[in-house]
Design a protein around this ligand. Structure first.
Ligand code: AMP
Length: 191
């Protein structure tokens, strides 16, 4: 079983690459951002709560996020492995993920971090905002806050996995296929 944490700032290509990786390695792609947006579309209580944070570019509280993620993992016992996209984003989330996966004897295999400079992130997010309709991709102030939140609260999660010797960093610029090939080169060492 391969469990990957795909890590990187907003706009680093985690979602795009996850879709390709899911297909190639038959892993289940779980994106907390996508799950929150689904709850928002369906106007669930969780969606209503998440909306107030997402529209500012802040993180949804850990207990809500962890509860949603645990339920998602538990509901897919048939999965051959997971690609976690946009999770964990805090140290508490990383600890909760480890606790759940270790209890199933299926620990995180690797965290792969996509390194992309801030100027490129802003450019990509504004471009995506034109098509995606995502309000949080259309406003430069919200984008700046998301990058700030990433630097303050999420970057420490990389050190958490580095201490477990599970962090691999890759260059996140280039064509989608170039980046995909770099990811596959790392994943193929795990099989
Ligand atoms: P994303 O689609 O990953 O860019 O996430 C969109 C927004 O959803 C983020 O800006 C956060 O407000 C929220 N979000 C997604 N994943 C998490 C997470 N793991 N913890 C807290 N908030 C999250």
């Amino acid at each position: 079983m391969i469990n990957l944490v795909l890590f990187g700032p907003p706009g680093s290509g985690k979602g795009t690459q996850s879709v390709k990786l899911q297909e190639k390695y038959q892993l289940m792609h779980v994106s907390t951002g996508d799950l929150f947006r689904m709850h928002m579309r369906e106007n669930t209580d969780l969606g209503k709560e998440a909306k107030s944070y997402i529209e500012k570019g802040d993180l949804v509280p850990d207990e809500v996020t962890i509860g949603m993620m645990n339920a998602k993992i538990e509901s897919h016992p048939e999965a051959k492995g997971f690609i976690f996209d946009g999770f964990p984003r805090t140290a508490a989330q990383a600890e909760a993920l480890d606790a759940l996966l270790n209890s199933k004897n299926t620990p995180v295999s690797k965290m792969i971090a996509l390194n992309v400079p801030d100027e490129e992130l802003i450019k990509r997010l504004l471009l995506r905002g034109k098509d995606s309709g995502r309000a949080d991709d259309q406003n430069e102030e919200i984008i700046a806050n998301r990058i700030q939140v990433y630097n303050d609260k999420t970057l420490p999660v990389a050190s958490y996995y580095e201490k477990q010797a599970k962090l691999v960093e890759i260059h996140g610029l280039g064509s989608i296929d170039d980046i995909f090939n770099r990811l596959c080169a790392v994943i193929d060492t795990l099989a």
